[in-house]
Design a protein around this ligand. Structure first.
Ligand code: CA
Length: 222
């Protein structure tokens, strides 16, 4: 899943990016409100982490602008002060949750997971399709009880297919949710990675779960 971090403090932004990347999320960073707004308008993010104190357009303004454009991506606001007015104004601006800096990364991650689950209408942290299981907390993946080792990109790809199981997932959707802004859309990297995942998930089993949909993309189904 792909997350946009809008944060002008470089140290905090790179700390968050590193931590989220380690958890197999795809991350883009914007250093101010204008850039953040631009990225959020052109890419379908699964979550936005939004600092309030930003140069130029602040977090409240970014949040209000996105909501006015009916962009419903969950927003986790970061507030510098433990100020009730900031929290209330943040939530009233359309944020889904807030966290006061400095925060423990474990709590930050837990809130990220809650917002992603809530948005996906999913209460459980384990995704299951047939005998394939993916644990979003531990990142363990198994099929028929047999553990499968995936790289971070392979994991992100399989997680996205599982979240959308039974539906066609286009290459565009994969490029937008599994890869970040540096992705070169002319490369055949998606096919290459789908083949890697297929080898690990399907090769040893008679029942194939990952199907190609001619001219459209892929579908994970029983
Ligand atoms: Ca800031």
């Amino acid at each position: 899943m792909r997350i946009l971090v809008i944060e002008d403090e470089k140290k905090i932004a790179s700390f968050i990016k590193r931590g989220l990347t380690e958890q197999n999320y795809t991350v883009d960073v914007a250093g101010d409100g204008e850039d953040g707004l631009y990225l959020a308008e052109i890419n379908p993010y699964d979550l936005i982490v939004l600092d309030i104190m930003l140069p130029g357009k602040d977090g409240f303004a970014v949040c209000q602008t996105l909501r006015r454009q009916n962009i419903t991506t969950p927003i986790l606001m970061l507030t510098a002060r433990d100020d009730l007015r900031d929290k209330v104004f943040g939530l009233d601006s359309g944020a889904d949750d807030y966290l006061t800096k400095p925060f423990a990364f474990a709590e930050f991650l837990a809130r990220v997971r809650v917002l992603l689950r809530r948005h996906g209408g999913n209460k459980s942290t384990t995704l299951r399709v047939a005998d394939l299981e993916l644990d979003q907390l531990t990142h363990q993946v198994s099929r028929a009880g047999k553990s499968i080792d995936l790289t971070p990109t392979e994991y992100a790809l399989l997680e996205y297919l599982m979240l959308n199981h039974g539906q066609v997932v286009t290459r565009t959707m994969l490029s937008e949710h599994v890869w970040n802004q540096d992705f070169d859309s002319f490369s055949n990297v998606i096919n290459v990675y789908v083949n890697y995942v297929r080898k690990k998930v399907d090769a040893d089993f008679d029942v194939k779960l990952i199907h190609s949909v001619r001219g459209a993309g892929y579908m994970l189904k029983e």
